[in-house]
Design a binder for this molecule. Structure first.
Ligand SMILES: *Cc1c(COP(=O)(O)O)cnc(C)c1O
Length: 235
């Protein structure tokens, strides 16, 4: 068994156990393998093993890798500069990091030019940390309401980044709050909005996120440990 396979099986097992604790269906939980620090060889190994959902936080790297592995689904998970959006809107299966109105308008305009539909998650800054992007919880309804005339951008759910912590239990309230908001928004009828994905949880806290209702987790380090990178050595 390859190293990747062993790690993937272990992550999968932890996902199953967390789903069981949360009374959730494990088959409804999508694991996005965050490959931003992985080499193309590592991605190839993961692909051969059957992984199809990969996450990148930089537009340019996503673009290059989508070309290398066009059959995989590429999720853009990091902050997207407006002038980089056109590089990825026809390559990313889902943009997790729609975090501001100006970006929404820009994507709508470019997607209209390409005549394509772009799917995104609204990034919500639940914790209120100044260093994190995203719309404030109190502004989400207005944001979604304002999209009604858009024809090329659809919002398929919410995403958040929890603060970095030692103990994952301390971010449970962040995940609970996003799930509460998700449930409220799901009950409303916004045009261009279909609340079906809740993207929260990374290596440090994905089990807590699943217990609280995540159906997409973004996992990097647990699948692609740094010391195995091509560049060698621990960064
Ligand atoms: C890097 C990254 C992740 C994965 O983080 P790990 O700690 O490596 O699991 C998840 N989400 C975003 C937005 C990231 O940039």
């Amino acid at each position: 068994m390859s190293n990747f396979e062993a790690r993937y099986k272990q992550v999968k097992q932890r996902v199953m156990e967390a789903a069981a604790r949360g009374g959730r269906d494990p088959s409804a939980i999508i694991i996005v393998a965050v490959s931003k620090t992985a080499s193309p060889e590592q991605i190839s190994e993961a692909f051969q093993f059957g992984v199809r959902d990969f996450g990148e936080n930089r537009a340019q790297q996503l673009s290059i890798r989508q070309e290398m592995f066009p059959e995989a689904h590429w999720h853009l998970i990091g902050r997207l500069q407006t002038n980089k959006a056109k590089e990825v809107i026809d390559r990313a299966c889902l943009i997790h990091s729609l975090d501001r109105w100006q970006l929404a308008e820009y994507i709508e305009k470019r997607a209209a030019g390409f005549d394509i539909k772009v799917s995104a998650l609204l990034q919500v800054n639940v914790s209120g940390e100044a260093s994190k992007g995203g719309v404030a919880v109190s502004e989400t309804e207005e944001f979604l309401d304002s999209l009604h005339s858009f024809k090329h951008l659809e919002i398929l759910g919410l995403m958040t980044m929890a603060p970095e912590v030692e103990n994952p239990e301390s971010v449970r309230p962040v995940f609970k709050e996003l799930k509460r908001l998700y449930d409220i928004l799901q009950g409303k009828n916004y045009a261009n909005v279909d609340m079906r994905y809740l993207s929260m949880g990374m290596t440090q806290d994905f089990e807590v996120a699943i217990e609280e209702g995540a159906n997409i987790v973004r996992i990097g380090r647990a699948l692609f440990p740094r010391e195995e990178n091509e560049t060698g050595g621990i960064a």
